[in-house]
Design a protein around this ligand. Sequence first.
Ligand code: UDP
Length: 412
Amino acid sequence: MERPPTSDRQLSAYADLLSEERLDDLRERGERIAGTRVCHVNSTASGGGVAELLRSLVPLFEDVGVETDWAVMEADEPFFEVTKRIHNGLQGEEGGLTPEMRETYAETTERNARAFSGEYDVVVLHDPQPLGMIGTLEERFPDTRFVWRCHIDCTAASQPYLDLLSTHLEHVDHAVFSRAVYGETIGIEPRSIVYPAIDPLTEKNRPLTEGEARAERDRLSSVPFEGDEPILTQVSRFDPWKDPLGVIEAFRGVQEQVPDAQLVLLGGMADDDPEGREVYERVLAEAGADSGVHLLTNEPDLTVNYVQSRSDVVVQKSIREGFGLVVSEALWKRTPVVASRVGGIPLQITDGETGYLTEPKEIGTVTDRITRLFSEPELRERLGENAREHVREQFLLPRQLGDYLELFDRLG
Ligand code: UDP
């Protein structure tokens, strides 16, 4: 299994963003379980929210005294086809796995479980991809406690996929969800809630220097970032659940009232997401020859930062969303967000105070909210300021670190 590199950042780097008491509290929590050995396992070293979280969290665990590793499964395209189907099924898509797909899942997870090495007190398996490793891991490491960290909104999960999970969940010692209602659907006990969080110090979220912003503006010269044209952006993997086609539809409505409006769809294709290319092609066709629609793919974090910071409005038109880190990322940069009232998004947005919440199917409302924000700079500023404070209180990395430390302490 791959062991991705992480930075050596320390908790003290967050001193400007946290009170002294809060920092001391985190260090004390770490001291209480000092020496605990933890390994996080997921299926990709880059792309998507889980990799993003782990890259930042792992060094902070180390800094507070918890020996922490991060291991990434070795897997190929057919496995990711299967796990994407499981992911979609847990989000509500009908169907099930064929016997061949079950075999692919079983074979890859078994092989990774056999290859897994190291002595750990706690192993955290993120999402359904590594969950199938648990039976073999438990046999090989009977003294280790196994946590399943589910990042998915599974409130509408279809039954064959819940059945598939349940065979593995028997072995789980503790499950962690992003919202209480997700855990209620799965029904596993004991369970906890940990909200995800963003790292304010990464290339993606830190303040940009003037020079960096200028360089980004020049590099992205096809999008008039410093011009008068209002800019709407969605940052997301090209995935049907993120509804990029719905974004274009809402934008068409915006263009009727604001003809020079610009739309940026910035999307990457995660290594474990085989649907990406296909969705991208559909979005490209829908954008057609419209010079106001810009597709940016596989951009570095600094560019994501620039685009989130310099857009007038960010949209997140998801149909399902476990949490949606991109929402907090934009809110932290004081950019107002219009987003669907689904999954973890309402945790981040209070309608009319820190952004706007809309029903995914009500495209007209999405269009109205965006148009309104485009025309009212003071409203954008007010929502942006409120949003920043909300993220500061609830969705920055150190709070999440504290939640995990408390969980590991409770696991004993
Ligand atoms: N992301 C990125 N480049 C892209 C698309 C997404 O860096 O082209 C990042 C995004 O900034 C966020 C993460 O990938 O940090 C996506 O997390 P989120 O929880 O929003 O969605 P997920 O992809 O996990 O469903």
